[in-house]
Design a binder for this molecule. Structure first.
Ligand SMILES: Cc1cc2nc3c(=O)[nH]c(=O)nc-3n(C[C@H](O)[C@H](O)[C@H](O)COP(=O)(O)OP(=O)(O)OC[C@H]3O[C@@H](n4cnc5c(N)ncnc54)[C@H](O)[C@@H]3O)c2cc1C
Length: 493
């Protein structure tokens, strides 16, 4: 067993982990991470009210409407008001967001009442942000890197969480002790058989925190993206919502627009609404297509190079033929319950980014608000941690349960998640999920791995939510939609 000691341990090197590490300059930071991030896959961009016709208050209002008003107001205000400064900070690090002449080039995405999504590197914004942050981290003398390690259990001492036990790619166990531990391990889409998330996004950080007794929130609130490319691949390539913002339309086998008459925002209705309609079409045995053939020749390839390349890799020319799409698990709104600084309910354990639940997104994330969340909450947490005095950690012992060591999620479990806690969940499917879980666990008398605890907790939370209707994806009808909730200035009004 390799034993290491540090002051501040940040687990995860996506946007949230990197920004936290950079912002905690006064601390000695150790950044431990496995391979792969969702951050570098982000295409659409990052939302900020920087346009002349826009304000943080409008951004906040759109965030609340998309989240069905179940958001935490303070988190919404903080994120939307901090967004313009976050863009300026990223540019101060050398990142260049796209402009039309002297003005920002701003894109419209679902449920935004203004074009406010900034792109960098075409539709490879996440990759551009990650390149910039990684360069800064490489130059930061206070940060030490521990790559190719998979954390699988938190260590606890008398004063709270004080480290992690991890395993290297060649199987060597490593204990890292720290005075403060930050979980920045991302989401859990890879627990589902259909997902846009990389394999590493399988909820390890959340599972570890749950096993250690941390408070969690909105566990069943999973967002399904309506337009993953419907091909035999895992993860499924994402076809950015910005294509619909530019005029592409969702159609059925017969070429009929599937969002017509369903919602006043049509193809740009909130994600849960569009995903519900796409899934209903699929359950009825029909395929769904994204028709971008009406866009100007060259527009798709130039403005959406990643989406265009992914289509061509699968033999599809989006300029000539509709793109086959499916919904897929995409983002987890729930997570480890934290305050605005990222403190969890366990002493010395902090969480940030997709693994945390600040309440920013409510029941449904507004598109392009999660890179923003990673940056603004990462900065805020890093600064809060910097204000605390660092020091040596106390003696550690492992928390009771560990995530599965090899990090792989078995296919049967992924199918179960899609069937029972997917876009068409119901009390019956959730009960079926709990029963199959119990049956699968019965033959082994061993303590359950943390991932099983997490899946069980998610199914139970889903069951509880079917009665409250707060985290259930909706199959919408225009009569159920509260038109008054759409900002007066929105183009559809
Ligand atoms: C295809 C796709 C497109 C997206 N597009 C957009 C978009 O346009 N705009 C937007 O705002 N959001 C978008 N999102 C969502 C957004 O990318 C994520 O929510 C956000 O990047 C999460 O950042 P994070 O730092 O919390 O997690 P991640 O970027 O996923 O980073 C997690 C880190 O934790 C590490 N890790 C995980 N488990 C362990 C473990 N057990 N041990 C050690 N390390 C571990 C990983 O290796 C990684 O370094 C998209 C997501 C996907 C999948």
């Amino acid at each position: 067993m390799i034993e290491l000691d540090t002051d501040l341990l940040v687990i995860g090197a996506g946007a949230a982990g990197l920004v936290t590490a950079l912002s905690a300059r006064e601390r000695r930071v150790c950044l431990l991470y496995a391979a792969g991030t969702a951050s570098e896959l982000a295409q659409g961009g990052i939302a900020a009210a920087v346009g002349d016709d826009d304000t943080p208050a409008l951004h906040a209002e759109d965030t609340r409407v998309a989240g069905h008003s179940t958001n935490d107001d303070r988190a919404v205000r903080f994120a939307c008001e901090s967004a313009p400064a976050a863009i300026a900070w990223l540019e101060s690090l050398g990142l260049r967001f796209a402009r039309d002449g002297a003005a920002w080039s701003l894109h419209l995405e679902a449920a935004h009442s203004r074009a406010r999504v900034l792109h960098a590197g075409g539709d490879a914004t996440g990759a551009a942000i990650m390149r910039t942050l990684r360069r800064e981290v490489a130059d930061a003398p206070h940060i030490e890197l521990l790559p190719r390690l998979r954390a699988h259990a938190l260590l606890r001492g008398p004063g709270g969480v004080n480290g992690v036990t991890a395993i290297s790619v060649d199987g060597a166990p490593v204990n890292v002790r720290a005075r403060d531990v930050v979980l920045a391990t991302g989401g859990l889409g890879a627990l589902y058989s259909r997902t846009t998330n990389p394999p590493v996004a399988c909820g390890d950080g959340l599972a570890m925190a749950l096993a250690a007794g941390a408070r969690v929130d909105a566990l069943a609130a999973v967002q399904f993206h309506p337009t993953a490319l419907d091909v035999a691949a895992s993860p499924l390539p994402l076809i950015s919502e910005a294509l619909r913002g530019a005029g592409a339309r969702l159609i059925d086998d017969g070429g009929r627009p599937i969002m017509a008459g369903v919602h006043p925002l049509g193809d740009l209705a909130p994600r849960d609404v569009v995903a519900g309609v796409v899934h209903a079409e699929q359950v009825a045995g029909r395929r769904v297509w994204l028709d971008a053939t009406n866009l100007r020749v060259g527009d798709v390839a130039q403005s959406f190079p990643s989406a265009s390349r992914q289509c061509r890799d699968h033999g599809i020319d989006p300029q000539r033929a509709p793109i086959p799409v499916t919904c897929a698990a995409h983002y987890h709104m729930g997570g480890i319950a934290v305050d605005l600084d990222g403190r969890t309910s366990l002493p010395h354990l902090w969480a940030v980014g997709e693994v945390a639940c600040t309440g920013l997104h409510g029941a449904n994330r507004l598109a392009s608000n999660s890179l923003l969340e990673a940056v603004v909450f990462g900065q805020r947490m890093g600064e809060a941690l910097a204000r605390l005095r660092g020091g040596p950690s106390a003696r550690a012992r492992p928390a009771p349960a560990a995530a599965d060591d090899d990090g792989r999620v078995d296919q049967e479990l992924r199918e179960l998640m899609w069937r029972c806690l997917g876009p068409a969940r119901s009390a019956a499917t959730l009960k079926e999920g709990l029963a199959s879980l119990a049956a699968r666990r019965a033959p082994s008398a061993q303590a359950p791995a943390a991932r099983w605890l997490l899946v069980e907790a998610m199914l139970r939370a889903g069951l509880a939510a079917t009665t409250s209707d707060r985290t259930r994806p909706r199959i919408p009808s225009s009569t159920r939609w509260d038109r008054a909730a759409i900002p007066r200035s929105h183009p559809c009004r």
